[in-house]
Design a protein. Structure first.
Length: 149
């Protein structure tokens, strides 16, 4: 079965976007609001909430610019592909999947978690020198192996 790109699938059938403060509280809210929105759509998905938590945490830790917020977006497509996006103000700091780390390493696990849950993820430029880190998850029951795009 071939994997279609989102441009082949069409416009999302459901969409949710919100701007939050680039703080730890904002990152926690991103996860909670993702859970609530997916539940409202009838698409509860712990994996999507975990991915949002990791991307929002990275936006706060690595993408923060004083006085600028981060934006979260959820886009649900007809084939039940969910695209999770977090846009922050630091386009000069693109995420990279780190090499192997010792078990006691403090950082670097977030993108490994994203890769484990998402069937694709990547980063694109955003307006005002920012970046959007995105991940796509299949809510249709099938899970494709993770890989960075």
């Amino acid at each position: 079965m071939s994997q279609k790109s989102l441009t082949e699938i069409g416009a999302p059938v459901r969409h949710f976007t919100l701007q939050l403060s680039a703080t730890r509280r904002g990152a926690r809210l991103a996860r909670l609001l993702t859970e609530r929105q997916l539940d409202e759509w009838g698409e509860p998905c712990d994996a999507a909430a975990q991915v949002m938590a990791e991307l929002a945490s990275n936006a706060v830790l690595h993408g923060r610019v004083r006085g600028r917020d981060f934006r979260l977006a959820l886009k649900l497509y007809a084939d039940r592909t969910l695209r999770v996006e977090v846009t922050d103000a630091r386009g000069d700091r693109p995420p990279r999947l780190p090499g192997p780390a010792p078990d006691d390493a403090e950082g670097g696990r977030g993108l490994r978690i994203v890769s484990a849950y998402a069937h694709r993820w990547g980063v694109v430029e955003a307006p005002a020198h920012g970046k959007t880190v995105w991940a796509e998850l299949s809510l249709g029951g099938r899970h494709l192996p993770g890989n960075a795009v």
